[in-house]
Design a protein around this ligand. Structure first.
Ligand SMILES: [Zn+2]
Length: 239
């Protein structure tokens, strides 16, 4: 972030006004606008963060490419490469924001990926790509700690390994009884088998540590990976 805020392009200025209006008087959501001018990153973003639980919405006008991207819950993203029809873009983005805030969405699994289906208030239906690939281009720009989840998305889905904290973008649990029997690429623990209670989780973790934190799928181990930073992702109730 820089000290001096440059004026956003007209479409982003219109989006900011529209989102402010959408969230006016709501105590459950906060709206923040930022201007970013850093090496490799130049543009304007707006972040809708729910107060308490909830998936956030984050959209970004890229000043290098003059395009717009929107991300929901730190994972599902949409993009607009052509922004000439400003009114249509504003209606789309606003419709998506309103739908997320209303919980008007669902998660669908396709193989190892998950997708988000969303019914926007302007009548359009959207499908967001999810999963590991789509996360990568965004990792750099997401605020520290990511965006909190909102409604269905975060309450229904648990993708972080309870044993080691690795998140490969797969639903390990889709609710308290929704084990998906996913084997962790990192520690090898299987959801619904090795992580059913805290005692088992800790035992499994201790064995994995004793074994040198070896990856179950060594090909997927990122270069320079360390177990300690990843452990910070383990939900507090599973530590
Ligand atoms: Zn794991």
């Amino acid at each position: 972030m820089t000290e001096v805020e440059e004026q956003p392009p007209p479409v982003m200025a219109a989006l900011r006004r529209a989102v402010e209006k959408l969230c006016a008087g709501r105590s459950d959501v906060s709206v923040k606008h930022n201007f970013v001018d850093e090496p490799g990153s130049y543009g304007w973003n707006t972040i809708l963060s729910p107060v308490g639980r909830g998936s956030g919405v984050w959209f970004w006008f890229d000043g290098f490419d003059d395009d717009l991207m929107l991300m929901i819950n730190d994972e599902y993203y949409f993009e607009w490469l052509d922004l000439t029809d400003e009114a249509a873009v504003v209606a789309d983005v606003l419709g998506i924001c309103a739908a997320v805030m209303a919980g008007n969405l669902s998660i669908r699994r396709e193989g190892r990926w998950r997708h988000l289906d969303l019914w926007a208030t302007n009548g359009r239906c959207w499908t967001g790509r999810g999963g590991r690939d789509s996360l990568l281009p965004w990792k750099r720009s997401v605020p520290d700690g990511g965006l909190p989840g909102y409604g269905q998305v975060s309450e229904a889905v648990e993708s972080v390994c309870r044993v080691c904290g690795y998140d490969e973008g797969e639903d390990r649990w889709t609710g308290p009884d929704g084990a998906q029997y996913i084997i962790c690429s990192c520690c090898g623990a299987e959801s619904g088998v090795n992580d059913l209670n805290l005692g088992w989780v800790r035992e499994c973790r201790a064995k994995w540590h004793a074994d040198g934190c070896r990856w179950f799928s060594p090909d997927e181990r990122p270069e320079g990976w360390r177990p300690e930073p990843q452990a910070a992702n383990i939900p507090p109730e599973w530590r």
